[in-house]
Design a protein around this ligand. Structure first.
Ligand SMILES: [Zn+2]
Ligand SMILES: [Zn+2]
Length: 380
């Protein structure tokens, strides 16, 4: 079975591309998925050149002339062009190379161009990290980024955050001492920028979002329901088309350059990122929260990756089964697992989850090389 390990350019620079590749292939994996366009983070890196690694927004390659108004920030060592180095090294070893990019999530770009970020129901631009997928400049940026990655001739371009963002992660260092509850928090994360207001039902949804959030802020009791009120739900379903058409444009650009697009559906991470204990509905049935219709996106992307961030092997199986049903039998489905904390306790536990995933997925990938201690990576 095909199996790739997600890795950061910092990992590869620190240890050396050949050594990282040999280690990953030694685990029995078939390739590497390298973050060529990434976002801010501060990560504990157990075996990296630093024990704690600070990452910036930006691309790990010289941006060239494909970009229009939104030009990505560039990482300090981009001129070393790591993808260009990795391509022959992976080919020599018969390994796959996937070029991974974070698309609509970039605080540096958002602070520089607030008009392309998500605008909430009150008219605030308060999510600098979330570039709105409805904005034409963001769409042009996504296509240019995808095309840039595809030009390195990877076996696939892997797109993360190619969809709407959620309220909980619109910046870094969010605070709320008001208890919003799930529905109001969801409503406060919706974008109603000029472009999103053209989506069917936007006005009614916006009025309802304002009401929900104000009720929560004023301490009026809110209905505890899994689904938002009808007006917001209708708008949420309608805006999925924005994401599907964007993924289609990106997939076409990638195919044009001779590669193929794998779409990452972040819903599983939204549910299980912190503790590996997702609750409530299966990820596939809640993908609408980030504007994703798995069946429609699956029909335009050539592969579909699901973040199966759950401790329970039965939950992993159930999540993947639901995505398999949505995508149909022929579309490539990939499961991404974390081999250690906070999802997995032992090699046996990981094996159980791999088995559960492989019942429905065509590939199992692992997240992520530099974040995971070697003794845990060895479980792979
Ligand atoms: Zn972020
Ligand atoms: Zn918008």
């Amino acid at each position: 079975m095909e199996s790739s390990v997600y890795a950061f350019v910092e990992d590869v620079r620190g240890e050396g591309a050949g050594r990282v590749l040999d280690r990953v292939l030694g685990y029995g994996c078939t390739g590497l998925t390298v973050a060529a366009a990434y976002h801010q983070a501060r990560d504990v890196t157990p075996h990296g050149p630093a024990r704690v690694t600070f990452r910036r927004d930006g691309v790990h390659f010289p941006p060239g002339d494909l970009f229009g108004r939104l030009v990505p920030p560039v990482q300090p060592w981009a001129k070393e062009d790591p993808l260009r180095t990795l391509r022959p090294l992976t080919r020599e070893r018969g390994a796959a190379l996937h070029a991974w990019g974070v698309f609509c999530h970039n605080t540096t770009l958002g602070l520089e161009h607030p008009d392309v970020t998500q605008e909430n129901c009150f008219g605030d631009r308060a999510a600098p990290a979330d570039l709105c997928p409805s904005h034409p400049d963001v769409r042009a940026y996504a296509v240019a980024l995808a095309r840039s990655l595809a030009r390195y001739e990877p076996d696939a371009v892997v797109a993360e955050s190619l969809h709407f963002g959620l309220f909980g992660h619109g910046y870094h260092h969010e605070r709320s001492f008001a208890e919003l509850g799930g529905l109001a928090e969801y409503a406060l994360g919706l974008c109603f920028c000029a472009h999103c207001r053209r989506i069917d039902g936007a006005d009614a949804a916006r009025a309802e979002a304002v009401r929900l959030v104000e009720d929560a802020l004023d301490g009026r009791p809110w209905p505890e329901a899994d689904e938002p009120p009808a007006a917001i739900m209708e708008f949420s379903l309608a805006r999925r088309r924005t994401v599907t058409t964007l993924v289609a444009e990106v997939a076409e650009a990638v195919a044009d350059e001779g590669s193929r697009l794998i779409f990452i559906d972040l819903t599983g991470a939204a549910k299980g990122y912190a503790d590996g204990l997702p609750t409530g509905g299966l990820a596939a049935s809640e993908a609408w929260r980030i504007g994703v219709d798995p069946a429609a996106v699956g029909s335009v992307a050539s592969g579909y990756a699901v973040l199966a961030y759950a401790r329970d092997a039965a939950r992993v199986a159930a999540d993947l089964a639901a995505y398999r049903t949505a995508l149909g039998p022929d579309r490539e489905l990939r499961a991404v697992l974390r081999p250690g904390f906070p999802d997995t306790d032992s090699a046996g536990h990981l094996a159980e989850k791999v088995k559960a995933a492989a019942g429905f997925a065509d590939a199992v990938d692992y997240y992520a090389y530099g974040l995971t201690p070697f003794h845990v990576l060895e479980r792979i």
